[in-house]
Structure formats: structure tokens, C-alpha cells
Write a protein that binds this ligand. Structure first.
Ligand code: AP5
Ligand code: MG
Length: 212
């Protein structure tokens, strides 16, 4: 099964993606995670990506399309299927993905669109904490790790500062609409109410994905 998960920054793409790939045994491909790992490894691509991400802006399409194409061509993806998270982010990326999938003889089975009231997103992102060792995402209030957890074991994302979040939201609101429309025309979009609690959102997603 080949899926996309879409939604504004903080909608819960990563949170739900982790649960979906566990449930359905498909491969999670997050362009944001790939860039953050390139930054941590100080690769040339990481240094370039950081200069955009720190400002809340999108990494250029040529770079992003290249890493996605390379990842989708790997054997585990064709064997197990994929869940793309954070890609496509521009209509050019959506067109590029169509071509990549055609080249690789793959088809998209569905687009999960997590719909969240934008007024909730700042609070979600400012409270997000990520476990240093496992990379697992939590929230100080909405999804805290075990009671009495040590704050030093967690970090906050550089781009979760309020000024950067504002820029990320503006860009994603503007660029996202034509992408959803692109997939609506192909009848692939499943809208999920993302204002609910994490487990309720997941239940709705499982229902949709199981029906595909
Ligand atoms: P990326 O890493 O993709 O970030 P994003 O789209 O901004 O989305 P987030 O990861 O911030 O949010 P999420 O939806 O995954 O939410 P999460 O589950 O963590 O991209 C980062 C940057 O990389 C971009 O700005 C760009 O520069 C670059 N980039 C990436 N892809 C690119 C591309 N294709 N092209 C160009 N550039 C690209 O949840 C957020 C918080 O809310 C967590 O604390 C979580 O615990 C909590 N939460 C989740 N669900 C709920 C719920 N239902 N109720 C309450 N709290 C919840
Ligand atoms: Mg994410």
C-alpha cells in the first residue's frame, strides 16, 4: 500500500505516521526527518537544507525531489509500500511525484489529509518535545512521556520557535491548497478530523486505510 499523509505543520503527520507504519507494516518516508538527519550528519545537503529550514522556508524542489526519488527506488519500499510524510509540499513536487511513481511502476492508493484548526497549531508545536535517543515525538501537555520524565532526555525542534512557526504556516497554507486539489481530482483524498485526541484520529485513519 502506498500512501501520503498531509496536513499543516503540527497537524500530527509524524505522530500518526509512526502509528500507521506500525499497524500496516509500510515504510515511513519523512522528508523533514531526512533533512534533519542530513543536518545532524553535517552533509553538504544538510547544510543547504538548514539554511532554508531555520527560516521556516521550503528546501528547493530539485533537492527534495532528488532525495525522494532515491528513497522510493530502494527495494524495501517496493516490497512493503510507503507512507510519504511532508512531501509533496509544492505543486511542482506533486507533478514530480507523479512522474517518479510512473517511472517506478508504482501507484498511489490514498492521501490522508489531516484537517486541523490552524489556531491549535502554535500550541502543539511550542509544546512538542522529541526523545533524543529514539526520536519519538511527544507533547508536554497533550501527549506527555511517562510521569516524572527527565526533560534533559528530550529536545525541541529549532524551527518550533513562534516566529519560524508563523512563516511555516503561511507557506504551507498557501502551497498546500493546490496539492490537495490535485489529488481530489484523482479521487484519492480522505479527510480526517485532526482536532480530536491522538487515538481518535488514529482510529479514523485505520478505518480509512483498512478500506483501501
Ligand atoms: P517537517 O518536518 O515535515 O515539518 P512540518 O510539516 O512543519 O510538520 P511537523 O513535523 O512540524 O508537524 P507534524 O504534522 O508532523 O506534527 P507532529 O505529529 O509532530 O518539515 C520541516 C521543514 O523541512 C520544512 O519547514 C521545510 O523547510 C523542510 N521540508 C520538509 N519537507 C519538505 C518538502 N517536501 N519540500 C521542501 N522543504 C521541505 O505533532 C506536533 C505536536 O502536536 C507534537 O507535540 C504531538 O505530540 C502533538 N499532537 C499530535 N497530534 C495531536 C492531537 N491529535 N492532539 C493534541 N496534540 C497532538
Ligand atoms: Mg512531522
Amino acid at each position: 500500500m502506498n500512501l501520503l499523509i498531509m496536513g499543516l505543520p503540527g497537524a500530527g503527520k509524524g505522530t500518526q505516521a509512526a502509528k500507521i507504519v506500525e499497524e500496516f507494516g509500510i515504510i515511513h518516508i519523512s522528508t523533514g526527518d531526512m533533512f534533519r538527519s542530513a543536518i545532524a550528519n553535517q552533509t553538504k545537503m544538510g547544510i543547504l537544507a538548514k539554511s532554508y529550514m531555520d527560516k521556516g522556508e521550503l528546501v528547493p524542489d530539485e533537492v527534495t525531489n532528488g532525495i525522494v526519488k532515491e528513497r522510493l527506488a530502494q527495494a524495501d519500499v517496493s516490497e512493503k509500500g510507503f507512507l510519504l510524510d511532508g512531501y509533496p509540499r509544492t505543486i511542482e513536487q506533486a507533478n514530480a511525484l507523479d512522474d517518479i511513481l510512473t517511472d517506478l511502476n508504482m501507484v498511489l492508493d490514498g492521501v490522508i489529509n489531516i484537517d486541523v484548526d490552524p489556531s491549535l497549531l502554535l500550541e502543539r508545536l511550542s509544546g512538542r518535545i522529541i526523545h533524543k535517543e529514539t526520536g519519538e515525538t511527544f507533547h508536554k501537555v497533550f501527549n506527555p512521556p511517562a510521569a516524572g520524565y527527565d526533560e534533559n532526555d528530550y529536545y525541541q525542534r529549532e524551527d518550533d520557535k513562534p516566529e519560524t512557526v508563523k512563516r511555516r504556516l503561511d507557506i504551507n497554507i498557501e502551497q498546500g491548497a493546490p496539492i490537495i486539489e490535485h489529488y481530489r481530482q484523482k479521487d484519492l483524498v480522505y479527510d480526517i478530523a485532526g482536532n480530536n485526541e491522538i487515538d481518535l484520529v488514529f482510529k479514523d485513519i485505520v478505518e480509512v486505510v483498512s478500506s483501501l
